[in-house]
Write a protein that binds this ligand. Structure first.
Ligand code: URA
Length: 224
C-alpha cells in the first residue's frame, strides 16, 4: 500500500509539494476518476491518469532494456556519457529502476532493471550461478585449444581463476560465451587471458530472460 502523492513523486511526474494542488485542480485520475486527496491509498493494479498518460500502479517493476553501446549502466550521466535511462524516457517507471548486472559503455545488449532490491541482489549474487550469454567478436582467430581453456578455466590479470564456461564457435573470430560469474570486465579479461582481444560484445541472455521482440534501444516489462 502506498500514498498517491508518494507514488507520483517516485515516478518523477511531479514533486510531492506540487501534488496537492494538482489533485485539487482535478489533474490526477485513479481508474479514470479524479482523486482530490494526495494521501489516497494505492494497493497496486490501479490505473493512474496524468497529463493524458495512463500508468498502471506496480509495486515492483521488472524491465529488460536492449542497451545500445555508448550508454553507461549508471543511474546518472557520468564522465560525459549518458545513463541507460536516457534510452528509455518513454518508460513510465524509468525513475524507479536500478541495474541488475552492469554492462560496459561499449557493450550492447540485455540490461536487466528493477526496483526490487532483493531481486537485484539475487541476480548478481555469485552464489546463484545465473547464466549470462554473450556474443563476442574477436580481434584474432580463436583456436580450439583456447575455446577448451575458456571452457575449463582461465586466470584473469588479478590471479582469479574463472569457473567453467560454455563456448560455441560461431565464426573464425566470433564465439558465444556463457558464464555464471560477473567480475569486472570479465568477458574481455577472459579473452585477454588466452591472448585475444574483444572488439565487440553483446549480452544476449541472463537466465531465461532474452532480448526477444526488442530492437536496440527498446525495453519491455517482464515477469520475475
Ligand atoms: N564482460 C565484459 O567484459 N563487459 C561487459 O560489459 C560484460 C561482461
Amino acid at each position: 500500500m502506498q500514498r498517491l502523492d508518494k507514488y507520483l513523486a517516485n515516478l518523477g511526474l511531479a514533486s510531492r509539494r506540487e501534488i496537492p494542488a494538482l489533485c485539487k485542480m482535478g489533474y490526477i485520475l485513479v481508474n479514470r476518476e479524479t482523486v482530490k486527496k494526495p494521501d489516497f491509498k494505492l494497493f497496486g493494479g490501479e490505473i493512474l491518469g496524468f497529463q493524458g498518460q495512463e500508468i498502471k500502479v506496480l509495486e515492483r517493476v521488472y524491465v529488460i532494456l536492449y542497451k545500445s553501446a555508448g550508454y553507461i549502466s549508471s543511474d546518472e550521466d557520468e564522465f560525459g556519457y549518458l545513463s541507460y535511462k536516457k534510452q528509455m524516457l518513454d518508460c513510465p517507471y524509468v525513475n524507479l529502476l536500478h541495474v541488475a548486472g552492469r554492462l560496459d559503455v561499449d557493450t550492447e545488449g540485455l540490461l536487466l532493471l528493477s526496483n526490487d532490491g532483493q531481486f537485484i541482489h539475487q541476480v548478481i549474487s555469485p552464489k546463484r550461478d545465473k547464466e549470462k550469454e554473450y556474443e563476442v567478436w574477436l580481434q584474432s582467430l580463436i583456436s580450439l585449444t583456447d575455446c577448451e581453456q575458456l571452457q575449463n578455466w582461465v586466470q584473469l590479470d588479478d590471479g582469479y581463476l574463472t569457473k567453467p564456461a560454455k563456448v560455441q564457435q560461431l565464426e573464425e573470430k566470433k564465439i558465444l560465451l556463457t558464464i555464471t560469474e560477473g567480475k569486472y570486465h570479465q568477458v574481455k579479461r577472459m579473452l585477454e587471458a588466452v591472448g585475444n582481444k574483444v572488439i565487440y560484445l553483446k549480452r544476449l541472455r541472463i537466465g531465461d530472460w532474452t532480448l526477444e521482440g526488442l530492437k536496440k534501444g527498446e525495453w519491455k516489462l517482464i515477469e520475475k
